[in-house]
Design a protein around this ligand. Structure first.
Ligand SMILES: NC(=O)c1ccc[n+]([C@@H]2O[C@H](COP(=O)([O-])OP(=O)(O)OC[C@H]3O[C@@H](n4cnc5c(N)ncnc54)[C@H](O)[C@@H]3O)[C@@H](O)[C@H]2O)c1
Length: 384
């Protein structure tokens, strides 16, 4: 059987059908992978199964894990369920793709690393930003020494969907999302992406966290991710303990220095990841709001721009882009390409690491979050 046929014989089951669960379903289907089962809470699962045309709905994840027609389980529920569901899925003999952040704390993420290692199954974390072609190309350029030694990295991950005091989501509550919010939710995407590009993890941090809305208004009733305000909603006030925005200084294991800004209260920035790598030969920068273009900076020659899939862009994303130049590949495509990497590893039984994030990578980001919190509390540099 060809590798493609082996990939297409794998069958997925999804736990969680809110914002990101359907993104997984769509990406898997674009790869020709069947999504055989879905799970959500009892009052949501039937409607989700009908909307997404998935044949086997389950109102409990334990029931989904018994389904013999599921080989790979995708955990797309709020953070507090990731550890329990991932461990149970590995225990049921399934491969696992878990959403980020991998767990609520390093006690949980270390348990997942251990279970994944002994399971003989593939365990991946959905750090999808790695799969923007520009990010893969930057990684290639750094590994080839094209930018020289990377002196420092600058960037940010900015959003505005929690800008208003009435904006509500489970992520605002530490018991649902973890002690850190903006940093864990989106900052870890940036930190994973830059570590991936550099081939070097974060070893020390100095962080300053802030909560602009010290109290917020919680709508009475459940609200979905990215839901809009509604004039008829009734609210209850609650104190906020998680970060709206943060500034973090970083030291990578290879000596590169970095600085990162994170915010979920940055009006006008819907979902903006910006990376700037400053090398001893030249600079390179990229922004997710303009995903197809890589920029290069020179001290003496004119600066350059390169459009994806043109010769000027380079070959570093070969195999992980499907469309010609000018036919934009963006957020949904990064999931498709991440799953291409993960499902290829499952189909081929690959023992060497692929491009996707592993349980160890997910654990590292949770450890960085804990160091960031300790640094903020102690007002000092902290080792990861
Ligand atoms: N990689 C990315 O780009 C990306 C983007 C968004 C979210 N995420 C991650 O995905 C996860 C989910 O986020 P979201 O924005 O989709 O949240 P969401 O609130 O929109 O959806 C979560 C879903 O899980 C369901 N659920 C809750 N408890 C459950 C249980 N016990 N069993 C089954 N289903 C249950 C909810 O009913 C809901 O449908 C989070 O960990 C988040 O960090 C990742």
């Amino acid at each position: 059987m060809s590798i493609q046929a082996q990939i297409n014989s794998l069958r997925a089951g999804i736990i969680g059908t809110g914002f990101i669960g359907p993104v997984h379903v769509e990406a898997l289907r674009r790869l020709g992978i069947s999504v055989n089962a879905i799970c959500d809470v009892p009052d949501r699962v039937a409607a989700a199964a009908a909307r997404l045309a998935i044949p086997r709905p389950f109102a409990s994840y334990q029931e989904l894990l018994k389904c013999t027609e599921v080989d790979v389980v995708h955990v797309t529920t709020p953070n507090r369920f990731h550890c329990e569901m991932s461990l149970a899925a590995l225990g049921a003999g399934k491969h696992v793709v878990c959403e980020k952040p991998l767990a609520m704390n390093t006690r949980e993420s270390a348990r997942i690393v251990k279970a994944a290692r002994t399971s003989g199954k593939v365990f991946a974390v959905n750090y999808n930003v790695r799969f923007y072609p520009a990010v893969l190309q930057l990684r290639h350029l750094v590994s080839q020494g094209e930018l020289g030694e990377i002196i420092h990295v600058n960037g940010s991950y900015l959003q505005d969907w929690l800008f208003k005091e009435t904006d509500y989501n489970w992520r605002l509550l530490p018991q649902e999302g973890g002690q850190l919010r903006a940093v864990a939710d989106i900052g870890t995407h940036w930190m994973d992406t830059v570590s991936f590009i550099l081939g070097s993890g974060i070893q020390s941090v100095f962080a300053d966290l802030h909560t602009f809305h010290k109290t917020r208004k919680r709508p009475l009733g459940e609200v979905q991710t990215f839901a809009r305000e509604n004039a008829k909603m009734k609210y209850a006030m609650y104190p906020v303990q998680t970060d709206d925005f943060a500034s973090v200084l970083l030291e990578f294991a290879n000596g590169t220095r970095g600085n990162l800004g994170v915010s979920q209260v940055a009006a006008g920035r819907k979902n903006c990841i910006r990376l700037e790598l400053y090398g001893s030969k030249k600079s390179a920068w990229w922004c997710s709001e303009e995903p197809e273009t890589l920029h290069f900076g020179n001290r003496d020659a004119a600066n350059e721009t390169a459009v994806r899939a043109t010769p000027a862009f380079g070959q570093g994303a070969t195999g992980f882009m499907d469309y010609p130049p000018g036919h934009v590949e963006g957020f949904p495509d990064t999931h498709k390409m991440n799953f291409r990497s993960i499902y290829t590893a499952i189909a081929t039984g690959a023992t060497t690491p692929g491009l996707h994030a592993t349980a160890t990578d997910g654990h590292q980001e949770v450890a960085v979050c804990e160091a960031i919190l300790r640094s903020h509390q102690g007002r000092k540099w902290v080792k990861v």
